[in-house]
Design a protein around this ligand. Structure first.
Ligand SMILES: O=C(O)[C@H](O)[C@@H](O)[C@H](O)[C@H](O)COP(=O)(O)O
Length: 314
C-alpha cells in the first residue's frame, strides 16, 4: 500500500475547489464513589457554585476512574463549556509543544463544537498548532452526506483558519482495509516525526485531545458492543465492514489508541443516550455485556459533558 500521508492531508484543498459545494469562506473525582443520583441531586439542590448558576451546571461524583462528570441544563450550556475546555487545553498544550493534536468523532459531537468558531475563541485559539484527525470515519467519498469529514468540514473546519495540511482525513479512494492501513501509516509517520506524541507506557500514539460522542448502544468511535474489533490489541487503526450503524464500511482507532490519549472528552446529549450513560457511569461490572464506552480509560484525563436529558437516569 502506497504511503499517502501527503495525499490524505491534501484532501481539504480538494474540497476548497471553488466549484465544490464545500468551498465556504475561510475566516480567519474526587472522593470515593457514592451513588451518582445522590451526588447529582445534592449538588443541584444545595451547592452549585455561584459561578455556575447562570449556565446551570452541576458536577457529579462518579467512581474516580470514571473522570470528571459535568451535567448541563441545556445542550447550549454544554457547548459553551466544551468550547472553553477545548480552548484552554489548546492554549496550554500549544505553549508546550509545536502541535496540538485533536481527534474528533462524527455524529452530534461536531455540532457541539460550534462555540469554538465564535468570539472569543475564533481569534484567541492558535489554530496553526492544531492537527485534526478522526477517531472513526465512514468509508464513503468525501462529498458523500455520510462522510464524517464532510460534516466536520461544513460545521467546523471551514470556519477556522487551520492550515489545510494539518487536517488528516482518510484516503477515500481506498477500500476499508486499505484506508485503515494508510491512516495507520500516516499516523506512524507523524509519531516518528514527533508531531503526535507517543505513550511511554504502551508505545501507542498519544493524542492531546479526543472529542467523542457515544451511541445509544454504548458504542464509541466504530467500536460496537459485542464486535470483535473491540478486542483489537495491536493495530492502531482497524477496518470494519459490518457496522451495525450505517454505513457498514468504516475505519476506527483501536481501543489501545483511544486509551493512550492525554485527554478524552465524551460529549453526550439527549434522552436516547441515558441508558448507555447509566451503565457507563455506574460501578457495576458485568464482564459479559461490557459496553465499549465502559472501556474508556485514558492514560490522562477523562471528562464527560452531559446534558440533563442524557443524565436523566443517573
Ligand atoms: O461515525 C460515527 O458514526 C461516529 O463517529 C459515532 O461513533 C458517533 O460519534 C456516535 O454514534 C454518536 O453519534 P450521535 O451523537 O450522532 O448519536
Amino acid at each position: 500500500m502506497a504511503f499517502s500521508c501527503r495525499a490524505v492531508s491534501s484532501n481539504l484543498r480538494t474540497l476548497q475547489n471553488p466549484s465544490s459545494p464545500q468551498s465556504l469562506p475561510y475566516t480567519p473525582l474526587t472522593s470515593r464513589f457514592f451513588t451518582v443520583k445522590h451526588a447529582f441531586t445534592s449538588l443541584r439542590s444545595n451547592s452549585i457554585p455561584q459561578k455556575f448558576t447562570k449556565a446551570s451546571m452541576a458536577e457529579i461524583t462518579a467512581p474516580k476512574y470514571k473522570g470528571n462528570v459535568k451535567v448541563f441544563d441545556t445542550e447550549e450550556d454544554l457547548a459553551v463549556s466544551l468550547a472553553k475546555y477545548t480552548a484552554d487545553l489548546s492554549s496550554k498544550i500549544s505553549q508546550e509543544r509545536d502541535s496540538f493534536t485533536v481527534v474528533i468523532s462524527g455524529g452530534s459531537l461536531v455540532k457541539s463544537l460550534r462555540k469554538l468558531v465564535e468570539a472569543p475563541y475564533i481569534d484567541s485559539v492558535d489554530w496553526s498548532k492544531w492537527r485534526v484527525f478522526w477517531v472513526d470515519e465512514r468509508v464513503v467519498p468525501k462529498d458523500h452526506p455520510d462522510s464524517n469529514y464532510l460534516l466536520a468540514y461544513t460545521e467546523f473546519l471551514s470556519k477556522i483558519p487551520i492550515p489545510a495540511g494539518n487536517v488528516y482525513s482518510i484516503n477515500d479512494a481506498l477500500s476499508a482495509e486499505g484506508a485503515a492501513d494508510d491512516y495507520e501509516t500516516c499516523i506512524k509517520h507523524l509519531v516518528k516525526t514527533q508531531i503526535i506524541d507517543q505513550s511511554k507506557a504502551t508505545g501507542f500514539p498519544k493524542f492531546d485531545l479526543m472529542l467523542m460522542g457515544i451511541g445509544p448502544d454504548g458504542h464509541i468511535a466504530s467500536l460496537f458492543p459485542g464486535h470483535p474489533l473491540v478486542q483489537e490489541k495491536e493495530k492502531w487503526v482497524c477496518s470494519i465492514k459490518d457496522s451495525p450503524k450505517p454505513p457498514p464500511e468504516r475505519i476506527s482507532f483501536s481501543l489501545p489508541v483511544i486509551n493512550a490519549s492525554a485527554n478524552i472528552a465524551l460529549v453526550v446529549a439527549g434522552a436516547g443516550k441515558a441508558t448507555a450513560l447509566r451503565t457507563a457511569l455506574s460501578d457495576e461490572s458485568n464482564d459479559v455485556d461490557v459496553l465499549p464506552v465502559q472501556l474508556v480509560a485514558p492514560e490522562g484525563e477523562l471528562s464527560w459533558f452531559l446534558d440533563k436529558e442524557a443524565a436523566s437516569k443517573l
